[in-house]
Design a protein around this ligand. Structure first.
Ligand SMILES: [Zn+2]
Ligand SMILES: [Zn+2]
Length: 440
């Protein structure tokens, strides 16, 4: 989790530099716009190619090769196979300054696409023993293509750049195959934030229900921390006709599930932050007249602060174990179980300082405050280590009803090609403005 120490350090640093050097900020809007006009068609082409050739987490071999070749062609220093298939580009500017990291994720999802675009994915793979379609159903194809465009534009400004840009093309944001490691956490372990040491990181996510041209951002907790919970209730089996001989784990599980509902509705201060406790899977018994010994439940827990996370985890353990105990059963609670991402936390001072860069990219009226997003993102691991800003970019065709637009991770998910120019402008603007404000 983000510690107070990291947070305060960053705030102190940013406030000082901002006051001292805001006057030195140049308006890069016209230069960036001209460069984006030249690059946009290529970005759309790359994105459509990635969309038609999606690859699952830790299997982004083709995508990574295209990215690496592109960066090399721009004269950018390239590292490959960072965190399995990750690609890192280091662009050293002609002038001294901070190290600014930009991150794009490259992986697709095991979803069969239902669309009839010329670049609709027909790719199928064996996933968990079943033939499954593969689709860029979260927009990571767009993230990768946009960052390739940003790299091309910033490489063209190399001699005037006041610092270094680190381009992070990350695999496996959506998770890894069983038994493997990957994603942001593995790239960090393998040193992606060191040599040169990253001062600040920016990232974006396309949103299929936000109109093209718009940007949404939120200071502080912007996407939830996620922890999977596994609860195993152990009772005593008996004949279904003689339940008094049993300790029925199914009845106990039902009581636990009902008890868990009160954590968010009666224990969490929802005026401060939302939280979610969902039990999504329950398995026990295999016949009508046998009371089983065990029930297994799986669920997901979402919170927006360290404090809420600790509190909700504690209450889940208490409710499950004490309810079981009262019934003469026992409950084992594994939390987090297998899957955990921390909260994606936007440094407040950094967000306030960089907001004008987003407004220049999209126009002031097109930048809005986002509600807390109960989805999770492994960008969270980077912002535990360095101050960062993660924002949302509209991908829904203009004029469409957001309620009618297909959500992320579904077969009809769609991002409009006209989304990318605003994203490229925003990323370039963030880099150039941050460098102006923090030049050495
Ligand atoms: Zn996703
Ligand atoms: Zn995503």
């Amino acid at each position: 989790m983000l510690t107070g120490a990291i947070c305060c350090m960053a705030i102190g640093c940013l406030v000082a530099t901002t006051n001292a050097s805001l006057a030195q900020t140049v308006n890069h809007t016209a230069v960036i716009s001209a460069a984006v006009n030249k690059t946009e068609a290529k970005v759309i082409g790359w994105r459509q190619d990635f969309h038609q050739n999606p690859e699952l987490g830790n299997r982004e071999f083709r995508t990574a090769e295209i990215v690496a070749k592109h960066l090399q062609s721009l004269g950018i220093e390239v590292q490959t196979k960072v965190g399995v298939t990750g690609v890192v580009g280091i662009l050293k500017g002609g002038k001294p300054g901070p190290v600014v990291a930009l991150r794009a994720d490259m992986d697709a999802l095991p979803v069969e696409e239902k669309g009839n675009l010329p670049y609709t994915s027909k790719v199928k793979v064996n996933y968990n023993g079943k033939e499954t379609g593969v689709m860029h159903a979260c927009g990571h194809d767009g993230h990768t293509a946009m960052l390739m465009g940003v790299a091309e534009i910033l490489a063209g400004m190399k001699k005037d750049l006041k610092g270094t840009v680190k381009f992070i093309f990350q695999p496996a944001e959506e998770g890894v195959p069983p038994g493997e490691k990957g994603g942001a956490a593995l790239m960090i372990t393998e040193g992606v934030l060191d040599n040169p040491k990253v001062d600040v990181i920016f990232g974006l996510h396309l949103n299929s229900q936000l109109e093209v041209g718009k940007i949404a951002y939120r200071p502080g907790g912007t996407m939830a921390a996620v922890g999977t919970v596994k609860i195993t209730v152990t009772g005593k089996p008996s004949h279904g006709a003689k339940p008094w001989s049993s300790v029925d784990p199914i009845v106990v599980s039902a009581q636990i599930i009902n008890g868990l509902q009160t954590i968010v509705s009666r224990n969490v201060d929802i005026s401060e932050n939302p939280a979610v406790v969902t039990i999504a899977s329950i398995h026990g018994g295999n016949r009508d007249n046998i009371i089983s010994e065990k029930v297994e439940m799986l669920g997901t827990v979402r919170t927006f602060s360290d404090k809420d996370e600790k509190f909700v985890y504690k209450r889940i353990r208490e409710v499950a174990t004490k309810t079981a105990e009262a019934a003469g059963a026992s409950a084992e609670v594994l939390l987090p179980y297998e899957h955990y991402y921390p909260v994606t936390y936007n440094n407040e001072a950094l967000t306030a300082t960089m907001l004008p860069s987003l407004q220049k990219a999209a126009g002031k009226d097109n930048v809005q405050l986002a509600v807390p997003n109960t989805g999770a993102e492994d960008f969270a691991f980077y912002v535990q280590k360095v101050p960062g800003l993660f924002f949302f970019l509209g991908g829904m065709p203009k004029g469409q009803d957001p309620a009618a637009a297909a959500p992320h991770h579904t077969p009809q998910f769609m991002i409009d090609d006209s989304a990318f120019s605003t994203g490229i402008k925003a990323m370039c603007g963030l880099v150039l403005d941050y460098m102006d404000m923090n030049a050495k």
